[in-house]
Design a protein around this ligand. Structure first.
Ligand SMILES: Nc1ncnc2c1ncn2[C@@H]1O[C@H](COP(=O)(O)OP(=O)(O)OP(=O)(O)O)[C@@H](O)[C@H]1O
Length: 316
């Protein structure tokens, strides 16, 4: 077979694959979120061994949402956050943030995306702040790098997250919680579209973690920044309206919390758990359900008028 001159380039093949994936996903309607992942795949290759860290992950986050992502170690949470923040490139699927396609972005665009469109808070406090700068200078630095006038914004942001009293202190003169709250101010210094936080309270005690999470909530409410927090912390996960659980590189279930007016007129918080169904109709049963009924290999499904029944498939 001879190669023809119109052999499509890799970029063209990727564009076509993204188009096909979008069509399969139900077109633009379904993909309208501020953050959209559809059939997202990330395969790592080390020494000839392939690790599938994300295997067709679907996730849509609305503009202005504060979302928690939970999952066991190795489920793919950091891989997802690294892709969404532009630090890593997915192998296949759709990953889009504020209309930017993270799969086909050029290196130059990627740098701009990281500088201007996303903010990041890491678990390790030392990774978030420069040790030889004061809190205020740390917040001003991203603005200077982006050639923006800092003005009074750094001080205002430090006030917003409750650490204005630390403005002239270096990180070593601040507690872990104060450093993380300062890191939140740094992350939003350049008015990003989205803020990603990877275990931001992982190294803190419960009370301090609550303060850092309070700072994230304030930023979300006051500045309208979309925030995605990866956490092991059940307390943090219980403070947001939506928590998505990742299992084996896929979104498996989500918990939604909403306020409802009770019969006596009081407000109560209602928590509802959902399993997530992908376009092919696949879903994961919660591990606790599988264990409780000792479900193995195959199950029997019965369609009832308003629900689907799942029974053990061994005739018992
Ligand atoms: N650079 C890499 N090279 C090879 N494998 C990797 C790489 N990064 C992640 N993995 C693998 O991908 C899978 C998902 O890892 P990831 O770090 O995303 O999980 P996680 O849910 O964030 O875990 P943790 O809570 O422990 O941080 C794991 O099996 C991990 O070993």
């Amino acid at each position: 077979m001879t190669a023809t001159t119109d052999t499509p380039s890799l970029a063209e093949l990727q564009r076509r694959a993204a188009e096909r994936a979008a069509a399969r996903a139900g077109g633009s309607e379904r993909l309208r979120g501020h953050i959209v992942c559809d059939g997202l795949v990330r395969i790592f290759k080390t020494d000839g061994v392939e690790v599938v860290a994300l295997q067709g992950l679907d996730l849509v986050v609305d503009r202005g949402e504060l979302l928690a992502i939970v999952g066991a170690s190795g489920s793919g949470k950091s891989t997802l956050l690294n892709i969404l923040s532009g630090l890593d490139v997915p192998t296949a699927g759709i990953a889009r943030v504020a209309g930017v396609d993270l799969l086909t972005m050029s290196a130059k665009r990627r740098l701009r995306y990281r500088r201007h469109m996303v903010g990041f808070v890491w678990q390790q406090t030392a990774r978030n702040l420069l040790p030889y700068l004061s809190a205020r200078e740390n917040v001003e630095l991203p603005m200077r790098l982006a050639r923006r006038r800092a003005g009074t914004r750094a001080q205002e942001l430090l006030e917003m997250v409750g650490v204005a009293h630390c403005a002239d202190r270096r990180p070593s003169q601040m507690s872990g919680g104060e450093q993380q709250r300062c890191a939140v101010a740094v992350a939003v210094a350049n008015d990003p579209e989205v803020l990603f936080a990877d275990e931001p309270t992982g190294e803190l005690d419960e009370a301090t973690a609550g303060e850092v999470f309070g700072a994230l909530r304030t930023i979300n409410a006051e500045l309208g920044v979309t925030i995605v927090v990866v956490t092991h912390d059940a307390q943090v996960a219980s403070q947001v309206r939506r928590t998505v659980a990742i299992r084996d590189g896929r979104t498996a279930s989500e918990v939604r919390r909403s306020a409802r007016v009770a019969d006596d007129g009081s407000h109560e918080l209602v928590t509802e758990e959902y399993a997530l169904l992908d376009r092919a109709g696949r879903m994961q049963l919660p591990a606790a359900f599988v264990d409780a009924l000792a479900l193995r290999e195959r199950v029997k499904l019965n369609l009832e008028p308003d629900h689907v029944e799942v029974r053990r498939g061994d005739g018992e």
